[in-house]
Design a protein around this ligand. Structure first.
Ligand SMILES: C[C@@]1(CC(=O)O)c2cc3[nH]c(cc4nc(cc5[nH]c(cc(n2)[C@H]1CCC(=O)O)[C@@](C)(CC(=O)O)[C@@H]5CCC(=O)O)C(CC(=O)O)=C4CCC(=O)O)c(CCC(=O)O)c3CC(=O)O
Ligand SMILES: NC(=O)C1=CN([C@@H]2O[C@H](COP(=O)(O)OP(=O)(O)OC[C@H]3O[C@@H](n4cnc5c(N)ncnc54)[C@H](O)[C@@H]3O)[C@@H](O)[C@H]2O)C=CC1
Length: 192
């Protein structure tokens, strides 16, 4: 069976700078889910046109909007780039420019031109789950996101906080701490 070999990481978006090229439907979808997960994300968008809802989101999340066509100069200082224009040749240009500069790049409607995929994301306080279908079915990623948003209790974050407080109070060496933390969380994975 085929398997997903992608490696998920949790980016500190507050100190990384992301560029979105394009200002249409796809750009708006990517910005919506990016800011939903990571309201502190540092984002710049460049496009000759932005949708109204995109401009509103930009205002809310302090996103810089540059009204211009894409130029390689806009890559300066950016760590990751998402290309969403309706011009395949522009998206490929963005991809090639990023590759030449070793920047991570995602051409949203073109999986072979993605160094990474955006995933379905569930956030419950301190807990975050990211979901990918290996680019095979974004709709399934969305449905799984909705499912986990529903079934994971909001207070999972309180539990994590409590365990964080508790782990600070445990005396003993590393091994004893590990044993204790595993013992008190055993119930979470016991079959009923
Ligand atoms: C590869 C990837 C690259 C990337 O964008 O990073 C990609 C690619 C493509 N998306 C397409 C379409 C749709 N995308 C969505 C929705 C989402 N797409 C997202 C991620 C990803 N989309 C990455 C893979 C993630 C993974 O590994 O599973 C989500 C999870 C996250 C996000 O957008 O931030 C977000 C749900 C967020 C949420 O709700 O939680 C819907 C559903 C809907 O809108 O209802 C549709 C319409 C239905 C359909 O077509 O399936 C097309 C077809 C274009 C065409 O037809 O030409 C391509 C291109 C292709 O597959 O070739
Ligand atoms: N809307 C969707 O859900 C889907 C879109 N796609 C594909 O994804 C691509 C983008 O789709 P949409 O966002 O709907 O298109 P759109 O037409 O809404 O947006 C395209 C954006 O790219 C900008 N743009 C054009 N040339 C540019 C340049 N040189 N530099 C910077 N920005 C530039 C435009 O000003 C516009 O803001 C298209 O190729 C489309 O076929 C594929 C599947 C679904």
């Amino acid at each position: 069976m085929e398997r997903n070999n992608l490696y998920p990481i949790f980016l500190k978006t507050g100190s990384l700078h992301i560029l979105i090229v394009g200002g249409g439907n796809v750009a708006e979808e990517k910005l919506t889910f990016l800011t939903k997960s990571s309201p502190d994300a540092k984002v710049t968008m460049v496009s000759p046109m932005f949708r109204k809802a995109t401009r509103e989101l930009a205002l809310k999340f302090d996103v810089e909007l540059i009204t211009d066509v894409y130029h390689a100069k806009y890559l300066m200082g950016k760590h990751m780039v998402v290309a969403t224009t309706d011009k395949p040749e522009v998206n490929v240009q963005v991809y090639n420019d990023c590759r030449a500069l070793d920047k991570l790049v995602n051409v949203a409607d073109n999986p072979p031109y993605c160094d990474f995929y955006m995933g379905g994301i569930v956030t419950k306080g301190n807990v975050k789950i990211a979901i990918s279908t290996n680019g095979k079915s974004p709709t399934t990623a969305k449905r799984l996101r909705q499912f986990f948003e529903e079934v994971i209790p909001e207070d999972i974050s309180q539990m994590v906080q409590n365990l964080n407080e508790y782990r600070k109070t445990i005396k003993g060496d590393f091994e004893q701490k590990v044993d204790k933390m595993n013992e008190i969380t055993q119930k979470l994975v016991e079959k009923v």
